[in-house]
Design a protein around this ligand. Structure first.
Ligand code: NAD
Length: 508
């Protein structure tokens, strides 16, 4: 390669990954899976993936084009009709076989997840693999018992009932924060259980783990073409997948801005959109403050804060504010950044440079507005990459701060003080998001009043805002920036199915 071409390659970056034409021999190679074949992207270029945890090269992933998406859609179309006819109990068995294969590969999957996504192997990566197993098992179980209705009619000669059919070809676009469990629980498990074919575009920084999951699907016997994996840059191939006339519906998790762009590009298609969150945890005067601090700390620092339902803001009643801040500082002190493979490490780095830039911008804004940074507040020193951000506690925050208004997606506990219930609810509603919240109180009356007033899809009482089990519904509240539809168990199965009604004349 000429020096100029080389320079050109490295000037092109996608989420901090260099675009290259040459792949060194021995590099782990992530290819597209289209129909029955593993194929490179038709650009001939690759993204060089570097570990956010260790800084070492992890491998290269295909940089695909819109034409590659077109091929994947054609493959899904060719396989889809046959798959839709597979008996539902066979599809359920297929989901369980996938779960078995993932379970058997736990160690290897967790290691790759740790290396590519950055989360610590023991504290988090193994748990995420277990989450993916659960996602397929849940889908396989729940689809077998998903009943639909027969309807009483006015006409004595007619009979009517409804049943579920697959929607057809789903375009699935997934993010990098839970690159294994999230696709499994939200889309691939439910999508297969309900008989859809799929074109899946994972995030570029976590595409190798998507390839590893795809290998599990193939090993378990998912028919060729039913799930197609296309790797590359979201604004190009994700956009093509959602807008392509050959895809019938869209499942997307990621930022609100991208979700809204997708809604425009996929106009008229059914959408299942899980977008940003900015979950407040509200601590009332009658709360058990020590317990609240420990659980809120977990909600802020888990996955280095990169969870859509993470505790993004802490609203503390004035009477418990100081004790709570002290408890959060103690929770931050317990967090251990370090070697991602060391069992003592509890928190990993941020996944990518753009996310780090956003976290740093939110912290700079808070400082400018006079907030006090009690713990952390910047990049952690002495670690293999600059993506490690310290567990951070910020107090004295004003409502107009970005930490209050926007999703930060970093390990930050920003505390705001309130005096009255009206003030607490107004602060909670001061962000455009409405995904999750938590309320800490010792009275049922307060718990229900707040939980019912908050405009979010899921509220935890006396638990961190991101507590969730994969079979209970969660999602964005209508009128907020957090998305459409509900993920979780039978609710996702319904979102990914079309309800068809048949009316019979019983006299013929
Ligand atoms: P993003 O919305 O840009 O990316 C999410 C996915 O969408 C990725 O796979 C990406 O490749 C793809 N994508 C990007 N642009 C697209 C387009 N125009 N059409 C189709 N697909 C497209 O999110 P991000 O930049 O990776 O992260 C930015 C912010 O999003 C984060 O800081 C966080 O606030 C939020 N986020 C939320 C979640 C969540 O679980 N709700 C997950 C990841 C990120």
């Amino acid at each position: 390669m000429t020096a100029a071409a080389h320079r050109h390659d490295f000037e092109r970056q996608i989420k901090g990954l260099a675009v290259v034409s040459d792949v060194p021999s021995g590099s782990r190679l992530g290819l597209n899976r289209i129909g029955d074949a593993w194929v490179p992207g038709s650009s001939g270029e690759f993204l060089a993936v570097t570990s956010p945890a260790t800084g070492e090269p992890v491998g290269h992933v295909a940089l695909s084009t819109r034409a590659d998406v077109g091929r994947a859609v054609a493959a899904a179309r060719a396989a889809g009709a046959g798959f839709a006819r597979m008996p539902v109990f066979d599809r359920a068995r297929l989901c369980h076989r996938i779960a078995d294969v993932i379970e058997a590969r736990t160690e290897a999957l967790a290691r790759l997840l740790c290396l590519e996504q950055g989360k610590p192997l023991h504290a988090e990566a193994k748990g995420e693999v277990a989450g993916a197993v659960l996602g397929f098992r849940n889908a396989g179980e729940q689809i077998k018992w998903l009943e639909t209705a027969a309807f009483p009619l006015q006409d004595p000669n007619k009979r009517a009932f409804s049943f579920l059919q697959p929607k057809g070809i789903f375009a699935i676009v997934t993010p990098w924060n839970f690159p294994l469990a999230l696709p499994a629980i939200y889309y691939l498990g439910p999508g297969l259980a309900t008989g859809n074919a799929m074109v899946w575009v994972p995030a570029p920084t976590t595409s190798l783990i998507a390839v590893a999951l795809m290998e599990c699907l193939i090993e378990a016997g998912v028919p060729d073409g039913v799930v197609n994996l296309v790797l590359g840059d979201g604004p190009e191939i994700g956009d093509e997948a959602v807008a392509h006339p050959g895809t019938d519906a869209v499942g997307f998790t990621g930022s609100t801005e991208t979700g809204h762009a997708i809604a425009r590009r996929a106009a008229g298609k059914p959408l299942l959109l899980e977008l940003g969150g900015n979950g407040p945890s509200i601590v009332l005067a009658d709360a058990d403050v020590a317990m609240a601090a420990a659980r809120i700390g977990a909600g802020c620092f888990a996955n280095a804060g990169q969870i859509c339902t993470a505790t993004e803001r802490v609203l503390a009643h004035a009477s418990v504010h100081d004790a709570l801040v002290e408890g959060l500082a103690a929770a931050a002190d317990k967090v251990r950044l370090g070697d991602a493979f060391d069992p003592a490490t509890t928190m990993g780095p941020l996944n990518n440079a753009p996310n780090l830039a956003k976290v740093e911008a939110h912290m700079a804004d808070a400082r400018r507005r006079g907030a006090s940074v009690l713990r952390g507040g910047g990049r952690a020193a002495g670690l293999p990459t600059a993506l490690h951000f310290e567990p951070t506690v910020v107090a004295g925050l004003t409502a107009d701060s970005l930490l209050n208004l926007e999703e930060s997606f970093g390990p930050i506990a920003p505390v705001l003080r309130f005096e009255t219930e009206e003030e607490a609810l107004a602060l909670a509603a001061s962000s455009r998001f409405g995904l999750s919240a938590a309320v800490f109180t010792s009275t049922i009356r307060n718990a229900f009043r707040y939980a019912e007033a908050l405009k979010v899809g899921i509220v935890n009482v006396n638990e961190m805002s991101c507590y969730w089990e994969a079979h209970i519904p969660a999602g964005g509240a209508a009128g907020t920036g957090s998305g459409l539809g509900r993920t979780g168990g039978r609710h996702t199965l319904l979102e990914m199915s079309d309800l068809k009604t048949i009316v019979f004349d019983a006299t013929r």
